[in-house]
Design a protein around this ligand. Structure first.
Ligand code: AMP
Length: 478
């Protein structure tokens, strides 16, 4: 099947061919003809399936065939999407797909100055892509007229609801004219999503592509059972030992993302963070640095990373398991986009076992457990003031930098190699926890490991009693 057989204009077919697309993806084959005939659509598809083109292409065609908007005209199509990054991504795609059509696209989202967006709207646009908050602000300021909207897309509807946008969505709907075509895209179908679909859509064509966890099948998954306090050390080891060039790391909280980014930086790994508390400019910069591989690791919260399209991303790490099992599938789906494959590693502490069980139930299979490698405990700064106060993690022995990193992008750090697996095996035989192996092993090895400050020595002593030697209850090996 080709794009032209879907009924698309030659200008659009040419634009997608120039992007290297030869065949429509299943979601595109399902939605494009329906949208072109004016039907409402309910599509079950997650990012990575080509869903953006599935609504942008036919909308551009409908816009180009409708009454043309003059200069200063109000938008005729609106795409509502949950995150700024996704909005910017959709706008980029729309600009690319519409390059041979005389249509104007505008994008508005929060976290950046409003004036350029107001100027953009005043100049007029045909297609508007927006996040809900900024859209409502602009509408309240009366710089945005939504009365001419004929096509409305609710993108990532499930994520919108997760992010608490339901009231904002209701308010946006009230601003739209009753006579319009609606499209709703959602990766999952909860009761709330069905209710929303019923409210918005009229006699929709339903398109469902590949099962929710189909992406997950193309990803090589494994997990390490590791105590919380050793996760950062293991992660640094995996990145450096595996010579990973690009890894997206998920944490549960914004604070946790910042803290881990600092810790990885301290370990000599160029790292950025992306989450809702960062300014838009900082988010864009971190994302660009990551896409162009100027940084190795990007630590992200679920919401910020949602929908990010990073080509051939090789590694995803769940530093903490998500509370919602479906999010696991979304997260690891970052690495298997547009047919590519990738690896997804989860670091699971004992208190996350129930979350793991939920995920495995959803996947209908268990995630292979990888043997814990011997990994060094790093002399990274303790970036969590709370932990500092409590003295947590201080127990980790402080170590002096020894060797220059192999990878030039890894800044000179403080990493020391663990002397090898033999000792880990011995430790294993002694029945020690991996945490114990990670520290105790190094001590037994006779490697340079002399604390070099009174504080360090304090840390070392505590380590002997309560710190990394402590075993998580789910962790003690028989
Ligand atoms: P999306 O699900 O819209 O985020 O798209 C995921 C990725 O697939 C993006 O990088 C698109 O450029 C790419 N893509 C979309 N449609 C096609 C297609 N028909 N053939 C190949 N790649 C595509």
């Amino acid at each position: 099947m080709s794009f032209s057989t879907l009924g698309l204009l030659p200008e659009l077919v040419r634009a997608v061919e120039e992007k290297g697309y030869t065949t429509p993806t299943p979601i595109q084959a399902g939605t494009i003809p329906a949208i072109l005939t004016g039907r409402d659509v309910l599509a079950g598809a997650q990012t990575g399936t080509g869903k953006t083109a599935a609504f942008v292409l036919p909308i551009l065609q409908l816009l180009s065939q409708g009454v043309p908007g003059g200069p200063r005209s109000a938008p005729r199509a609106l795409v509502l999407t949950p995150t700024r990054e996704l909005a910017a991504q959709i706008a980029d795609n729309a600009a690319g797909y519409g390059r041979y059509l005389a249509l104007r696209t505008a994008v508005v989202y929060g976290g950046v100055g409003v004036n350029p967006q107001i100027d953009q709207l005043r100049r007029g646009c045909d297609l508007l892509i927006a996040t809900p908050g900024r859209l409502l602000d602009l509408s309240e300021q009366r710089v945005l007229d939504l009365s001419r909207i004929r096509c409305f897309v609710l993108d990532e509807a499930d994520r919108m609801l997760d992010m608490g946008f339901i009231h904002a969505i209701r308010r946006v709907l009230k601003l739209l004219p009753g006579e319009r075509q609606n499209m709703m895209f959602s990766a999952t179908y909860s009761q709330d999503i069905r209710a929303l679909a019923q409210r918005i859509l009229r006699d929709p064509v339903t398109v469902e592509v590949a099962s929710r966890n189909a992406t997950a099948e193309r990803v090589t998954q494994c997990l390490y059972r590791v105590p919380k306090e050793n996760k950062r050390h293991l992660l640094a080891h995996l990145i450096q030992d595996g010579n990973w060039q690009q890894v997206l790391v998920f944490t549960r909280t914004k604070h946790g993302a910042n803290r881990l980014a600092k810790q990885l930086e301290g370990a000599g790994i160029a790292t950025g963070a992306i989450h809702g508390n960062k300014s838009q400019n900082a988010r864009v910069r971190a994302l660009e640095d990551f896409k162009s591989v100027r940084i190795t690791a990007l630590v992200a919260t679920e919401v910020a990373a949602r929908g990010l399209d990073i080509k051939e991303l090789p590694h995803v790490v769940n530093y903490e398991l998500p509370n919602v099992p479906e999010d696991y599938v979304h997260r690891i789906g970052r690495t298997a986009r547009a047919g590519a494959s990738g690896s997804a590693v989860s670091l699971v502490a004992s208190d996350e076992e129930p979350l793991l069980r939920d995920i495995e139930r959803l996947l209908k299979r268990s995630i292979p457990v990888a043997p814990l490698p011997a990994f060094p405990i790093l002399n990274t700064p303790e970036a969590d003031p709370g932990a500092e106060r409590a003295g947590a993690d201080r127990a980790v022995p402080q170590r002096r930098p020894r060797s220059a990193p192999q990878d030039s992008r890894h800044r000179p750090g403080t990493r020391e190699r663990h002397p090898g697996n033999g000792q880990s095996t011995q430790a294993h035989r002694r029945g020690e926890s991996p945490a114990r192996q990670a520290t105790g092993g190094a001590r037994r090895s006779g490697e340079a490991h002399r604390p070099h400050s009174p504080q360090d020595r304090r840390g070392e002593r505590r380590g002997g009693h309560t710190g990394t030697g402590r075993t998580d209850s789910g962790w003690r090996r028989a």
